[in-house]
Design a protein around this ligand. Structure first.
Ligand code: PLP
Length: 470
C-alpha cells in the first residue's frame, strides 16, 4: 500500500483494475451471466460481417479513459460475437467443428481464474499432475509404454512441428553418435493427403517434404513407403521422420499405421502419427483395430478441441521417449536455472513454448466428471450418424458418395453441380442460419463434406440440410 493513500482498502487509480471494487464485482456478474447464456444449447449459427460493416457498426473501443465494462460487454454481445460463426452449432459441419462438453467449457472459465502457470512443475505441480494423468491415459489407449509422456500445446500445427523437430534432433544425434554422415538436407515423408501443417512444419524447419501418392483408397501404405525410400538416391537415409495420418482432415482416411510403423522400426526412422482429428476414435472398441500399428509411434498428436469435446485450443502431444523431446526443446538461461531439474516434469520442455496455459485442464475436468465411457459413447454416436447420413446419400439419386466414411466425415457430391453452384448453396445455407458446409474438393473435383464431431449434429439437423440440395 502506497503511503500516499494510507487508508486501508482505499482504491487508487492505479489499483482499481486489480481489486474487487463494487464495479468489478458487478461486471463479473454480468460476464458470468453472459457466459452462462452463451452456453445454452440453442445458440444461433451466426455469420461473419464484412470489414466495412464492422467498421461502421463498432465504435472506437480503445480510448484513454475506457468505455466502462458494461458498454464493452454490450458491444461484444450485440455486435462482435454475432459476427463469429458458432463452431459448436449442430449445423456447423465444415473443416473440423468443435463440440465442447458442458464441463469442459465451464472449467475453461475456471482455468483463467486460477492463474496457473502450466510451464513448470515448480509453479503448476497440481495442474501438471492432472494434465499428465490425461496424457498417460491417452498414451495407454494408443498402446505406448508407461514411460510415454508429453504436453498439451496450442494445436495440431504446433504439435506436429514440435514432434518433427524432436525427430530431426534425434536423427542428428544418432548420426553423430554412430559417426554416419549427416545429409545436406533432411526430409520428412508423408502422404500427399496429409495435413497442410506438415508443409508448414517443413518450411519452418527448412527440411524437404516428401509427399507420397497413397493407394487408390487414399491410404499411405508400408509398401508405398518402402518403394519411395528405396527410390531415393541415398536409399532414404535423409528421411528423419515419417508421418502417418490417423484420419485425414478431408475424408477421415487412416493410413496403414502397422505397415508404416514396422518399416520405420526396421529402418530406424522416427514414426509420427498425426491423429489430430481421427485418433480420438481409438476409444471406440469397434474402430480401434483401424489404428493397429499406432503403438509403434515415436510420437503422436490428437486434438481435444476436435473430437475429444473441449474448447479451443488444445492438442495432446505425446512421445514414446520424452527424454529425446526434453533434449530437443528445453530452454536454458540464467533466469530459468531454478527450473532445470530433470527429476521433475516441466511441460515446457516438451514443445516449442515456454509460458503456457494449463490448457489440458478442461479435458481433465470433463473426463474426471463424466468418465471415459461417456466419451466413447459420444464418439460412437457421431460415427453412427455419419453412417446413417452416408446411407441416405447413397439412396438419393442426385447425390453421390465419394467413399464410405471410415470415421465421421461424409464426403459427397451433388450430381450436375459446378464449383459455383456449391459456393452459392453454401452461402445461402449459412445466411439462412441452417448450416455451415463449405465446399471442399477431391482429386480436383468439388465435393461437400459433413464433418460430424458434435453429438448434437443428429439426423434431424442433417437431413434438412441434404434436402436443400435438391
Ligand atoms: C486439424 C488438423 C491439424 C492441425 O491442427 P490445428 O489444431 O488446427 O493446428 C493437423 N493434422 C490433422 C490431420 C488435422 O486434422
Amino acid at each position: 500500500m502506497s503511503h500516499f493513500f494510507p487508508d486501508t482498502g482505499a482504491t487508487t487509480p492505479s489499483t482499481e483494475m486489480h481489486i474487487q471494487t463494487p464495479h468489478n464485482r458487478a461486471l463479473l456478474g454480468a460476464v458470468l451471466d453472459y457466459a452462462r447464456d452463451r452456453m445454452a444449447n440453442d445458440q444461433p449459427l451466426d455469420f461473419p460481417a464484412t470489414p466495412a460493416e464492422l467498421a461502421a457498426r463498432v465504435p472506437r473501443t480503445i480510448t484513454p479513459t475506457g468505455l466502462g465494462g458494461p458498454e464493452a460487454l454490450r458491444i461484444f454481445e450485440e455486435i462482435l460475437a454475432p459476427a463469429c460463426i458458432s463452431t459448436d452449432h449442430p449445423g456447423y459441419l465444415s473443416f473440423i467443428p468443435t463440440a465442447a462438453t458442458e464441463a469442459a467449457t465451464m472449467f475453461d472459465l475456471a482455468v483463467a481464474a486460477c492463474s496457473v502457470y502450466g510451464g513448470s512443475w515448480l509453479e503448476g505441480a497440481g495442474a501438471v499432475h492432472a494434465e499428465n494423468e490425461v496424457l498417460r491415459w491417452l498414451a495407454a489407449q494408443v498402446g505406448l509404454p508407461a514411460g510415454a509422456g508429453g504436453v498439451f500445446v496450442q494445436g495440431g500445427t504446433i504439435g506436429n512441428l514440435s514432434a518433427l523437430v524432436a525427430a530431426r534432433f534425434n536423427a542428428q544425434s544418432t548420426a553423430a553418435r554412430n559417426g554416419t554422415p549427416v545429409p545436406d538436407r533432411w526430409a520428412i515423408a508423408c502422404s500427399r493427403e496429409a495435413h497442410s501443417s506438415l508443409r508448414s512444419a517443413a518450411r519452418v524447419m527448412d527440411v524437404d517434404l516428401l509427399p507420397l501418392d497413397p493407394d487408390p483408397s487414399g491410404r499411405l501404405t508400408g509398401d508405398i513407403l518402402r518403394s519411395a525410400l528405396d527410390a531415393q538416391p541415398d536409399g532414404g537415409a535423409s528421411v528423419c521422420a515419417v508421418v502417418a495420418t490417423a484420419g485425414t482432415t478431408n475424408l477421415g482416411i487412416i493410413d496403414d499405421l502397422a505397415g508404416i510403423g514396422e518399416l520405420c522400426r526396421e529402418r530406424d526412422i522416427w514414426f509420427h502419427v498425426d491423429g489430430a482429428y481421427g485418433l480420438a476414435a481409438i476409444l471406440v472398441p469397434e474402430l480401434a483395430p483401424l489404428f493397429a500399428g499406432a503403438e509403434y509411434a515415436d510420437s503422436f498428436i490428437v486434438d481435444p478441441h476436435k473430437w475429444l469435446f473441449t474448447p479451443f485450443d488444445a492438442c495432446a502431444l505425446v512421445y514414446r521417449d520424452p527424454r529425446v523431446a526434453y533434449r530437443t526443446h528445453s530452454q536454458h538461461a540464467e533466469y530459468l536455472d531454478t527450473l532445470e531439474e530433470e527429476t521433475v516434469w516441466n511441460p515446457s520442455d516438451y514443445a516449442i513454448q515456454l509460458t503456457r496455459r494449463a490448457r489440458g485442464l478442461p479435458l481433465w475436468f470433463s473426463l474426471a466428471s463424466y468418465g471415459t465411457e461417456r466419451y466413447r459413447l459420444a464418439i460412437e454416436s457421431t460415427v453412427m450418424t455419419a453412417r446413417a447420413v452416408a446411407k441416405i446419400i447413397r439412396e438419393t439419386e442426385h447425390l453421390e458418395l465419394v467413399c464410405d466414411p471410415t470415421l465421421s466425415i461424409v464426403a459427397f457430391s451433388r450430381l450436375g453441380w459446378e464449383a459455383a453452384d456449391y459456393r452459392d448453396w453454401s452461402a445461402r445455407l449459412l445466411t439462412a442460419g441452417t448450416g455451415f458446409v463449405t465446399p471442399s474438393s477431391h482429386h480436383g473435383k468439388p465435393i461437400l463434406r459433413f464433418a460430424i464431431v458434435n453429438p448434437r449434429s443428429t439426423l434431424d439437423v442433417l437431413v434438412p440440410i441434404l434436402d436443400t440440395l435438391r
